[in-house]
Design a protein around this ligand. Sequence first.
Ligand SMILES: CCCCCCCCCCCCCC(=O)SCCNC(=O)CCNC(=O)[C@H](O)C(C)(C)COP(=O)(O)OP(=O)(O)OC[C@H]1O[C@@H](n2cnc3c(N)ncnc32)[C@H](O)[C@@H]1OP(=O)(O)O
Length: 214
Amino acid sequence: MTRQVALPDGGEKVRAAGGEKLLEAAGQVRELLDAMVRLDVRTPAAPELVERLDEVLELLRVEIAPESAMVPDLFKDRKGDYMDRSPVSGALNPMAPPVSLRMDGENGVRTSTRLGLPYQGPPGRVHGGWVATLLDHVMGFAAGTVDQWIFTRSLTVDYDHAVPLFEELELTAWVEEIDGRKIWVRGQIEAGGKVVAQARGLWLPPRNRPAPQD
Ligand SMILES: CCCCCCCCCCCCCC(=O)SCCNC(=O)CCNC(=O)[C@H](O)C(C)(C)COP(=O)(O)OP(=O)(O)OC[C@H]1O[C@@H](n2cnc3c(N)ncnc32)[C@H](O)[C@@H]1OP(=O)(O)O
């Protein structure tokens, strides 16, 4: 198995393919998500919001692909386009903060991000599930192989301190050990120069990859 890291390109390919406006729209929906969790329940803007969003959804209903068309074939399709829709680093997925990754030496990846209110768990802190998601994602890329999919088999997270909202978070992940198919990875999140969460995990490719056709 070739272990080679391939990082998402932050929407560069989407832009090159003429998707500039769609990226802009994804940014607007991201802003909308943030606005939704900051509105008062009795906001007088609600009726108009419903009406306008209804119009937007009507516009999209004729354009969107069926769900099944958006699920890549595990053994055939390339990962690149799919990554633009990822819930963590997908430039086109408004749920994604998004997190854009860069290399950190030969065996690691690094990123920084800042999470707002849609990601709140305990007051002022990032939801623990999202802490694990961020680590899982960044560690998955550190483990990444370009020639096939790779899955998290085990992930143990230590929540050492609060992971704060509204502050720059530094995420790093690096390969600790490779043992045949098994890739062991470590990851951590720092805030204000202190490690606030750390993780260790095991990544594996699927076992039953079919033989190449030609
Ligand atoms: C441009 C794009 C690039 C993209 C890059 C991609 C990055 C994507 C980033 C996104 C990231 C998002 C990430 C996601 O969202 S990944 C989504 C969440 N994960 C999954 O869905 C995975 C579900 N599991 C499986 O599909 C299978 O289990 C897999 C395929 C992983 C392995 O099935 P396999 O058939 O191989 O069998 P096995 O599972 O029994 O076990 C295999 C081996 O492992 C050993 N073992 C297990 N646990 C432990 C343990 N705790 N300590 C020590 N050892 C442990 C175990 O003993 C065995 O060892 P051995 O007997 O073989 O010696």
